[in-house]
Structures are given as C-alpha cells and as structure tokens.
Write a protein that binds this ligand. Sequence first.
Ligand code: ADP
Ligand code: MG
Ligand code: MG
Ligand code: MG
Ligand code: MG
Ligand code: MG
Length: 694
Amino acid sequence: MGLLSLGTPLPWKEVQKYADHVREHGIEQFLHIWKNTKDERGNSLLWGDEVEYMVVSFDDESKSAFLSLRQAEILTALEENEKKQRKVENDLGMGSGQRIPTFHPEYGRYMLEATPGQPYTASLEDLVNVERDMNRRREIAKEHMLPHEFPVTLTSYPRLGAPGQFTDPYYPPTGNASRSFFLPDELINPHARFPTLTANIRERRGSKVAMNVPIFKDKNTPSPFIDPTIPYDRDIYPEDANAREGTAKPDHIYMDSMGFGMGCCCLQITFQATDIDEARRLYDQLAPLGPIFLALTAASPAWRGYLSDQDCRWNVIAGSVDDRTEEERGQKPLKNQRFVIPKSRYDSIDYYISQSMDCRPEYNDIDLVIDDKIKKRLTDAGVDEKLANHYAHLFIRDPIVVFSELVDQDDTTSSDHFENIQSTNWQTMRFKPPPPGTNIGWRVEFRSMEIQITDFENAAFAIFIVLLTRAILSFKLNFYIPISKVDRNMQVAHRLDAVINEKFYFRKDIFAPLHHSHDAHSTGSETASEDASVSLYSSDANASTDSIVNTRVKPVDEEYDLFTIDEIINGRKSKRMSNGSGSDVEDEMDEFPGLVKLVQDYLDSMSVDVETRCTLNEYMDLISKRASGKLYTTARWIREFIRGHPKYQFDSVVGSEVNYDLVKTVEQLTLGNEWNEAGEKLLGGMSGTRYRSS
Ligand code: ADP
Ligand code: MG
Ligand code: MG
Ligand code: MG
Ligand code: MG
Ligand code: MG
C-alpha cells in the first residue's frame, strides 16, 4: 500500500522527537491487526506484480534520449482515464484480467509504476493473461504520453547523473534536498514525501549517501581511474568537501544521492497466503531464492555514464537510502545511538520467521539487532518469539518522514505508524499484514528481481515465481540454508555474469521433511501431526518416510552445497561409476531436480490444456536458457550492446549517442520487433507481437 498521505512533512530535527511515538503506536497498530486476523484461515491465493517504468524522451535529431520529467501530467491523465474506465467496468461487471490497470507515482519524476487492475487469482487463465495485461499497461501508459516519449523498463538508466543533459527539461545538478554533485532535486517526485525522505536520510546519516561501484576496466580505461566528471572543487554545500577527502574512491563510479538507487526500476511480486502461518512459511522459503533471481534477472551494468564491474542494482539502492549514522555503522563508538547496525534499511532479510519444524534454529545464524522493549511489548501481548523478533528488528529504525497532521492516530483503525517503519524497511522479502478495514489477507512480497526489457520476460519471471510458490506448498519443499549464506549469495549475485560464472549456496535435499530428522528440536505431538503430510515426492526414490525418521540429525553445513545457477534451475546430475557389466560405466543420476523440473511436475499434477502449457513452457524455456547461459542476461546484453557500438571508445564511457541507440533498441524490443538480430541473444526469437493487435 502506498504511503502517499498528504500533509506537512516535518524536518529531521522534528521527526526525531516523534521516533518513539511512531514506533510505539506502530506496534500497537500491528497488535490490533494481528489480533484481528491471526486466526483467519482459508484466504484464496491472490497475487499481483508491480512493474516500474522510466519515461524516456527521444530527440532523434540530436540522437539523444532523456528522462522525461512529466510524471505528474502523465499520471493525472492516466487517473482521469482510469476513473472513466472504472465506471464502465462497474456497469458491465468485468472480471480480473479485464479491469483497467492502476498507475502509481514512484521516487523518480521520470518513473511510473503499474499494477494489474485487481489481483490475479490462482487460475491458469489468469496466469496466461499476465503478459497481455503487462502489454496493456504499457500501451495505456504510452497513450498518455507525448509522441516522442516512451515507457521503457530498464533497471538503471545508463546516463542518469552523467555530464550534460540527461533529463527533459534540463536542470543543473543542484538542490538542497540531495545536495548531489550529479542529480538535480527536480528529478525527485515533487510530492513532499520524496524530497523530505531524501533530505532526512542525509541529515540523519550526517553526510550524503555514498555509493562506490567498481568501474569496468576496459582496454582504454585509465588505471587508476580518477573520475574527471566529479566536481571536486565545488563549494556550494558543506558536504562538497567530502569527495576531495576520499568519499569518492579511485577505480570506482561514485554516486552521492538517493536518486541513483530509488531511481532504479524493479519487478516485485506479492502473494496472498491462506493464513498467517503459510505466509510465514512462504516468506522463509522464498528468501534463499532472492539472490538467485537477482543474478538471473541482472539488468544494470551501467551507472552515471560508465560501464561498471557489476551487473545488479541492489547494493546501489542499499547505499542510496543508508541513513545509519557513523556510530550505527560502527565507525565511532556508540554514544548517541542505541545500536550498531550491520546493514542499510534497504537490504536482504536477516531472520527467518516460520514456526514450521523445518526452520532449524541454526538457520538464523546472524546476530539480530532488536529493540528489547518492542519485543517485550509484542510477547506480552501473546506474539510468539519469532514474529516478535522480526518486528523488534524492523523497529530498530527511526521513521524518516512524519507528517504533522498524522501524528495522532486511532491505533484500532489506522496502520499509518506501523507502515511508516515497515515500508521503509526495504528488504528482499516483505511480510505484509492485512491492512485494517479490508478483506485482504496476510501477504508476502518477493522484491529482489530487476526489471526486464520486454513484457514477455517480466511475465516469465513473475509467473515462474508464482508457480514456484505453488510447488513449494504442494510438494512441501524446503529451501532453508543458513541466512548468512543467503547474505553471501547476495554479494556474489552482483558480480559480472554471476549467473554463468559463480556458484551459490543452495540446499541439497529440498524434499527432506526435516521435522523428522531433527526430533531433538520437536515435541512428539508436532512430529506426529506432520506425519500425515507426505508430499508427492516423499514416496519416490528419495526416501521413505520411515527411513527419514531414522536418519541422524545432519549438521546444518552438510545440508547445502555450492551450485551453479544452471544446476539450481535446470538440475544437477551426478556421475557415479558402476561396473556391473565387467567394464566401468559412467552412469548419470539426478542429484538435484532443478526448479524448472519442480514447476513442470507441479503443472503435471494439474490439468492444463495444451495451449496454456505451451505458453507456460515458453516462459520456462526463457528462464532455463538464461540460467544455462544459452541466452544472455539483460545486463550482459546491455553491456555487449554498448561495447559493440561503433562510437564506444573502450574506455568504460557510455556516451550520449551510444545511450540513445541502446534506448531506441530497447524501445523496439519492447514493441516486439526483436526479429532483427538485436534481440536474438536476449530472447532467442521467443518473444514477439503475439498479443498486439496492430
Ligand atoms: P507495494 O508498493 O506496497 O508493494 P502495491 O499496491 O504497489 O504495493 O502492489 C501490490 C501488488 O499486490 C499489486 O500487484 C496488487 O495487484 C497485488 N495485490 C493486491 N491485493 C492483493 C491481495 N489481496 N493478495 C495478493 N496480492 C494483492
Ligand atoms: Mg506503492
Ligand atoms: Mg512500494
Ligand atoms: Mg507498489
Ligand atoms: Mg515501486
Ligand atoms: Mg512492492
């Protein structure tokens, strides 16, 4: 739910005074929600995606592509259109898949977000409608733009913050909210929340945010690389001296403003679970997939006019809203602050929350910083230890934006203070309680994926994750690995072509119903009640239930191994030698089925008509080929496009004309015109114009 409450945002000095107030009332609000909905069962699967766009403005004469700052005008026109359309829908009683999509503002004044007009159901019909729905969203968005504007889905804009003009209209890079060397404040959504968020993060931190992304060293890139585009001598704001004093690192692309991160686009998926327990389980099971799908969807190789030596956005966004003080970052002894906090408020999750017996205590192996007072308030009210820890951890953060009109709330009906903290913990997964006064259930959001260029790809990834949740639930899959290993995977996912070059920790036996194999942790009754739930898989070759009961408790570090993403997605075969016929024969056996196979098995267990299955198979084919390296990730495709451009000097610089041709090509791919060679390595001829009428 958006947080675009209207009102007067307080400056940071004032916000500080209300930090405890917001936290305390936020927790009271949560407790009201929890008490009202913790026992609700039987909500149906509903789900929806969020697609974020950048509006580009082409100037074909000068061969330039700028970011159009007309968000407000475009959104107003879209809202008018939606109002009209909703009236027609209500008169006709239209179902999901037909309802007009919803558009939302985003941080960047060149950005839009679109969601389906209402959540999708679990039906396969809705599933195969996702791509069409995404097409329609883009078409409607485009219809409300100027002829030279187009909504592209790029994760990072290659020339955001580069020298010269990159927005339409042009603004010089100044402004008191961000005090950036590179980004004008006019690039920020002018709604009071966003400039305030930007300024208050900077003020709380005590300095500008600072991201240093390693530069990609090409043939002609100077070494060491000292960035000539940083205005080291500027002297407008007190922070200007920082860059000279070492905040900007050599051999790196230095970025100093929230817009570099929050100005990126991503693909998020939200699922409603049947109840709170299932939501907690899905939250945990999807968490280890976060870094895997970050690497698979990697789409951001260029920053501030340079090619970088990484492929993903995550650490840039993490840095871009890192409001921790020096004390909290551990650079000074604690004096004014309460905690040393290892991560930015935008980062990977720190803690598994399921009460399932599969969740061994050893998996929560990183020190969790929690607010003891909040934990006590929660446990006193009857919240179990795990969920209490979860919120006591999220609530170590301060609110960043407080509106004076909204300080006093009715905690029985409002979730505003709760959402204030909850929704500024931007993590790989989000556990979403029901909004008060609605019939919405407990939901889980998968947040790590980068946005892809075409609707075909975005539909493929969205649908794959949805089907995977279905497989997780029906086969009772277990993806747990220690959370420190998920963190390590997150780092590795950023590396150049991580998808084909790196290995990731992943669980080896994802079928083992662990509640049998660690009786030490379980009570008799829990073990017995779970016995009834034998998955489709536990009856096959893997192991019978009986033999699992007798298995010794495996140490946690024997449960996982390093896998390539190809193995995780497409399966791992192990070779074994047998000499049955006298001579040694190499024999292959399936050691790990791969996520595609799990989804296929899930589909086999349903009755799916041939046409639907074909569509779904195309999506799975895309993911399978991205994982194996047969097709490029978006990041690799962009990188090769840039490096293959005749104007590229092999000096890591993404010039204006290179950027223009890239974005033009992206527009063409988006429109389904990928049959020229440009898209071959990205899409393999799979996407097309099949849903387009003209
Ligand atoms: P946020 O920005 O807070 O993540 P949005 O409202 O932008 O939330 O997007 C939430 C997504 O969840 C949308 O795709 C929407 O269709 C979907 N959605 C809405 N209601 C439900 C529900 N009850 N269960 C699951 N998904 C839902
Ligand atoms: Mg929103
Ligand atoms: Mg959001
Ligand atoms: Mg949203
Ligand atoms: Mg968004
Ligand atoms: Mg979201």
